[in-house]
Design a protein around this ligand. Structure first.
Ligand code: ADP
Ligand code: MG
Length: 476
């Protein structure tokens, strides 16, 4: 039995790994660092308060078990949380495992350094009747959590959004900043949080506003000399969602007014949710004091969805619209549009529109034509993934075999053909192609390409395979 903190924690991890999914393990246990073991108290460092809450809610039983197993009944786990939302005091604080309950967290010293010397804004509620104004939340009901497909690419963002929705203003994620590339679901997720809050807390005033609209309203307010009303209006919101804050870049006055609104809301325990196309560190033209506030809470990124998630998203949209498409069409869409969910949805809609307009059945052929028209401008090429899929379908092999190390003849051949087409039809490097085909190096890929070319000259049957496949892979 090990007595070092690393040794004990590693032993715990072994058991944990066997009991949860690999993805969950990577997300929630890889980032943990054991820091000491004293008198049967094992201290582990977690990256954030959110992390701690998540572990507590989802893995506490498992954690208790493994700690007991490794350290005996006296064994105790202590968390050390790196405070991310406290700019003045970065010393981690600890929460003891046996005292695990929400209260101990609530009482933890989470202090927000607010500079009271900044131009303080008066309490807007002194304006009589203002609170009665019925604020239209501007939420789109179809952008709900139910319609938001979960995948590895969005797990943290979705989970933190969910946590915020259940406890607006009451979690450490304030503000919650969701960032990610175009069309990856930032707006959808921001709406989902708002919708869920409205459902659960009907008395809360929720407001969604695009940052552009916010900026225009502010300019109008300056023109009409109603800036006070503008500020007061925003200060009475309980849950403020501002979409695409990167738009504030370079707009000093707008940033200034937002800064004051932000401070007021935050000081009063109101929830702020922001989205941006980049993380705070990369936001140019944004005032430092505003950036530092963005970092107080949690920044969660949305990545590009993987294939399974893309298929699930398409299926959800189809289901929502009461339509059904052939499986190969769905897969084709998911395979060929892989960086932007909005674009994929657009292709689906265009396809449906075309089919109903021309009273044509939706076939793979039609899908190929549609996608070609639809994503022409984005310099599309078939992906290695798609090539592998077509080749595997053709030879009736599971795609995992292709990516495995197996040396079975028919698998080797399919693998080599995939490499050959990947080289021919994509701009990927040999090394990248190799990485996609079971971790082969560039020399192996080169060898594969040569083998395929030689065979196509000498083996008639093989040439037929290649021609068939080439047809399938070429998009008319
Ligand atoms: P962004 O604001 O990041 O540019 P949007 O939120 O507007 O992207 O998303 C673009 C489209 O993709 C929307 O129609 C949205 O419903 C859809 N979408 C994105 N991610 C998902 C997801 N995980 N599940 C379901 N639909 C999604
Ligand atoms: Mg958006």
């Amino acid at each position: 039995m090990s007595t070092s903190h690393e040794g004990v924690w590693n032993a715990c991890l072994k058991v944990i790994k066997d009991n949860i999914s690999l993805q969950a393990f990577k997300t929630w246990f890889d980032p943990i660092v054991p820091i000491r073991l004293e008198n049967s108290v094992l201290t582990i460092q977690v990256p954030s308060h959110f992390f701690y809450e998540w572990l507590e809610e989802n893995y506490i039983t498992l954690l208790k078990k493994v700690i007991k197993k490794e350290l005996g009944t006296d064994g105790t786990l202590e968390y050390s949380i790196v405070m991310e939302n406290n700019t003045t005091n970065s010393t981690p604080y600890t929460v003891k495992l046996p005292a695990l309950n929400k209260k101990s967290i609530k009482n933890a010293p989470v202090t927000m350094p607010i500079n009271l010397n900044e131009n303080q804004i008066r309490n807007p509620f002194i304006i009589p009747g203002l609170k009665k104004v019925n604020v239209d939340s501007n939420l789109n009901p179809s952008y709900s959590f139910e319609n938001f497909v979960e995948g590895d690419c969005n797990r943290l963002a979705r989970a933190s959004g969910y946590a915020v929705a259940n406890k607006p203003g009451g979690t450490a994620f304030n503000p919650l900043l969701i960032y990610g590339g175009v069309g990856l679901g930032k707006t959808h997720l921001a709406h989902a949080i708002g919708i869920s809050i409205k459902n659960q807390f009907p008395n809360k005033t929720v407001l969604y506003v695009g940052s552009e609209k916010f900026a225009h309203q502010f300019i109008d307010a300056i023109k009409n000399q109603t800036t006070n009303d503008f500020i007061h209006f925003y200060q009475m919101i309980d849950v403020l969602i501002i979409d695409d804050v990167q738009f504030f870049s370079g707009k000093e006055k707008t940033q200034d007014v937002f800064f004051h609104i932000f401070n007021h809301l935050h000081q009063n325990g109101k929830q702020i949710i922001l989205t941006s196309d980049k993380p705070p560190v990369e936001m140019q033209g944004m005032e430092q004091r505003l950036l530092s506030r963005f970092k107080w809470g949690l920044s969660a990124d949305l990545g590009a969805p993987d294939l399974e998630t893309r298929i699930a998203i398409l299926e959800k949209k189809m289901y929502g619209n009461g339509i059904e498409l052939p499986r190969d069409v769905v897969e084709y869409l998911a395979y060929s549009i892989n960086t932007n969910v909005r674009e994929m949805e657009g292709a689906l809609n265009t396809l449906l529109a075309q089919a109903s307009l021309n009273k044509k059945a939706i076939t793979l052929e039609l899908a190929k034509q549609m996608v070609d028209k639809f994503v022409k401008n984005t310099a599309r090429e078939v992906s290695i993934e798609y090539i592998q899929k077509v080749v595997c379908d053709y030879f009736d092999l599971p795609i995992e075999m292709l990516k495995s190390k197996t040396r079975k003849r028919e698998v080797v051949q399919a693998r080599q053909i995939s490499m050959y087409f990947s080289k021919k039809m994509t701009k990927s490097s040999l090394a990248n192609i190799g990485a996609h085909c079971g971790g082969k190096d560039h020399a192996t890929v080169l060898h594969a390409c040569r083998t395929v070319m030689n065979l196509s000259e000498t083996d008639k049957q093989f040439r037929v395979y290649l021609e068939d496949l080439e047809k399938k892979l070429t998009i008319q």
